[in-house]
Design a protein. Structure first.
Length: 201
């Protein structure tokens, strides 16, 4: 029996969450860039090459934030080429699976365009930055656009969305917990967690 399409579940949840309730964030950057610290610490200890690739992608994502580069799949694919050290990072060509096969992310002729629409919303000033960053992170998690490295792409996008608002989190490790496509409370809690981390010094 085919698993339920978790991407469809996420798109429903995405509409249900009251993103306006996300906490306000401080725009002053902390002394420590949590993404860089994460790369230089646990990632480098585990795999120095992986750390270097992530740092290169992070530099590009930050530069794109400063330039206010339009946010779309092509931009993410450029970062992902750095992350994976590949010449191409195309949108997946079939259904994707995660969580040992418990979640399936379907593919239709509209999936790529739907993803770009969601990315466009990540720059909507009418939505609080914490909500936009959380929602964009989950968009990558549940659209699962790449064949590999989606968790890294999601974190890079979250950092990029905040950087567009001159916000830098001093810590990112706690963001990397398992999320479920059909969990509206969990989606809202991710925005709250971003607010908590924003206040850490």
């Amino acid at each position: 029996m085919t698993a339920t399409d978790s991407l469809s579940a996420w798109l429903r949840v995405r509409r249900e969450v009251d993103w306006q309730r996300a906490p306000a964030l401080r725009r002053a950057a902390p002394d420590r860039d949590g993404f860089r610290s994460w790369c230089e610490g646990p990632v480098r200890r585990r795999d120095p090459l992986r750390a270097e690739r992530l740092l290169a992608a992070h530099a590009r994502a930050r530069e794109d934030a400063v330039r206010r580069t339009p946010l779309n799949f092509a931009l993410l694919a450029g970062w992902q080429r750095e992350v994976l050290a590949v010449e191409r990072a195309p949108f997946r060509a079939g259904d994707a699976w995660a969580k040992a096969g418990r979640e399936r992310y379907g593919l239709t002729p509209h999936t790529r365009a739907d993803f770009d629409s969601c990315l466009y919303e990540a720059t909507d000033p009418a939505v609080p930055p914490a909500a936009r960053a959380a929602r964009a992170y989950l968009d990558v998690a549940f659209f699962h656009p790449f064949d590999d490295g989606n968790a890294r792409a999601a974190l890079l996008l979250l950092v990029h969305v905040l950087a567009r608002e001159d916000i830098v989190l001093p810590e990112v490790g706690p963001l990397q917990t398992t999320r479920y496509a059909d969990d509206p409370a969990g989606a809202a809690d991710l925005a709250v967690l971003i607010g908590v981390l924003n206040r850490r010094r």
